[in-house]
Design a binder for this molecule. Structure first.
Ligand SMILES: Nc1ncnc2c1ncn2[C@@H]1O[C@H](COP(=O)(O)OP(=O)(O)OP(=O)(O)O)[C@@H](O)[C@H]1O
Ligand SMILES: [Mg+2]
Length: 308
């Protein structure tokens, strides 16, 4: 089974208003709610593409229960530890008159040592973990070294482990050697401590990470697609140009495509192809909406793969 981890999930409220005004009541035209957070995005895309995973995480309060219910209704399996503080809410505000979008992201609830301990022990008790996907930011009270410990726990279970994190959460856990990472170009630049612009610079950065024992790097480059390095191969995937609406969640979708294809026994080039198609299909959807299966299947046939 594929397990995703979201330690700081969110209830996303996507609100449409005609125009923001500072001196009058602003009426909401429409409002949609989504279960969000990077690991949860991965689980939702895996489900959309016909696969199954279990979303692990911590939720609190009414909004946390609401989030859990959204996942149940979407057919996404979850095992969420209950915490005492309320799950965060992010507001994605769209001004329909101008098309402008504002994302107001909350930092998340305080998590006590007892609660993170409960989460950790729950993870230790899982017996069918084949894949472990660790994604996203950490809530207050959880140390950046948590991912390193989860990587060790996953490795003891023989899981294929993928990490998608930034800054200290990435730096402090990379030495524990997840099987692979999915940095975007800015995250990879911060990780190696130099700005990476060209393909050759990215490939050099990947080589230096391989020399430290990291097996796979799936570097995402927005509309320039993906560059994968591992098993002695460099694989480049580029999708045809699309009308990008919002790239929020594109990276999570790329992780979902890669892991789902890998779990189905596909070759690495095919995994990178589905990653690229899934990311691109999510870039085509508005706001925080994720990809649709029909778009992914269509783009999958159009992705240009180069094996260097
Ligand atoms: N504008 C775009 N047009 C086409 N494809 C895109 C676009 N943006 C993203 N993609 C696809 O999605 C993949 C992941 O996107 P990106 O590099 O933006 O990830 P990210 O920065 O980690 O995103 P996030 O963390 O918000 O999920 C890209 O490698 C590419 O395949
Ligand atoms: Mg990302």
């Amino acid at each position: 089974m594929i397990y995703t981890v979201t330690l700081n999930p969110a209830l996303d409220r996507a609100v449409n208003v005609e125009r923001l005004m500072d001196d009058d009541t602003i009426r909401v035209i429409s409002e949609k709610h989504y279960a969000a957070g990077k690991g949860i995005d991965v689980s939702r895309v895996i489900k959309e593409l016909g696969g199954q995973s279990v979303a692990l995480g911590m939720i609190g309060g009414y909004d946390g229960l609401y989030l859990e219910g959204l996942l149940i209704n979407a057919g996404v399996m979850s095992q969420l530890i209950k915490i005492s503080c309320e799950t965060r809410t992010n507001i994605i505000l769209k001004e329909t008159a101008t098309g402008k979008q504002y994302v107001i992201s909350a930092k998340g609830p305080d998590v006590s040592p007892v609660e993170i301990g409960q989460f950790y022990n729950h993870m230790l008790s899982i017996t069918d973990m084949e894949y472990l996907i660790l994604s996203g930011s950490l809530p207050p009270g959880v140390s950046p070294n948590i991912y390193g410990q989860l990587i060790l726990a996953g490795r003891n279970k023989g899981a294929f482990i993928f990490l998608d994190a930034d800054n200290r959460a990435l730096e402090e856990s990379i030495g524990f050697l997840p099987t692979g990472i999915k940095p975007n170009i800015h995250e990879l630049s911060r990780l190696v401590g130099r700005e990476l612009k060209t393909e050759d610079e990215i490939i050099d950065a990947c080589k230096s990470l391989h020399s430290k024992g990291l097996k796979y790097i799936l570097a995402s480059r927005g509309r320039k697609g993906l560059l994968f390095s591992g098993d002695g191969m460099i694989i480049k995937a580029v999708a045809p140009p699309v009308d990008a609406e919002s790239t929020v969640g594109a990276g999570d979708s790329a992780v979902a495509g890669f892991i789902l294809a890998h779990s189905l026994g596909k070759s690495l080039p095919e995994c990178v192809r589905l990653a690229c198609a899934s990311g691109t299909a999510t870039a085509m959807t508005p706001g925080t909406e994720l990809c649709h299966r029909e778009d992914v299947e269509k783009i999958d046939t159009e992705v240009e793969l180069t094996i260097l």
